[in-house]
Design a protein around this ligand. Sequence first.
Ligand code: ZN
Length: 262
Amino acid sequence: MRAGSRSRPAAAAELAAILCASTRAVALTGAGISVPSGIPDFRTPGTGLWANVDPMEVAHIGAFRSDPDRFWGFYGERFASLVDKRPNRAHEVLAELERRGLLRGVVTQNVDRLHRRAGSVNVVEVHGSIDWSVCPECGGRVALEQVIEMTRRHAGAPECAACVAPLKPDVVLFGELLPEAAMAEAYSLASEADLMLCVGSSLAVHPVASLPAVTLESGGRVVIVTEGPTPYDRDAIVKLDGDVAVELDALLAALDEPLSES
Ligand code: ZN
């Protein structure tokens, strides 16, 4: 069924009914859920920090290894731009669904930690998080606020106090493998899910893009709340095309008024 043919309350009521009927629902989120928080999706050309650079080049593990100072010249700015961002209504609704026992957890490609700040507890960050930076030599971890302070005090890469080695942000850079433990947890949640609620992701970046297929192959259903097309649009039982914060807010409203007929 397509949302375009119905009103938003009707589509939200349908989604609410599907969610209530499921027992092992999981959310999968991408950059689109953080756009209303003022964090541009760098795959959208000409936006924010990424306007004049090729992310594949500057946020590549090779760039970090060959010139960590230059890498941090760019990435430090990205860190600083993310630190004061706030969760939006879409993050809040997913946290509320988990509190109500309607969602087992959130698998996210985002590194901005906004799901946890919104109150989600079971969050699987398959691309890591900006929370920590790690010393490649000793494995020591330094918290975000401290890293930002270090980059403010002097230009170039922040260094491990013990090894004087440049710290690497604990996020998955281009050219790096995804963290095994997080991916295993994501696949396990996806294969056990009877409903996968995909929010703000074009579902185009592998291997996370394969997670809805894992749910479908295990007999679960897929719902998509994302502006623009995805490779799973035909497999989804519901596809909502509107702003993620507006759509999820309508979903919560529908859950609170189960008897309303729109
Ligand atoms: Zn170290």
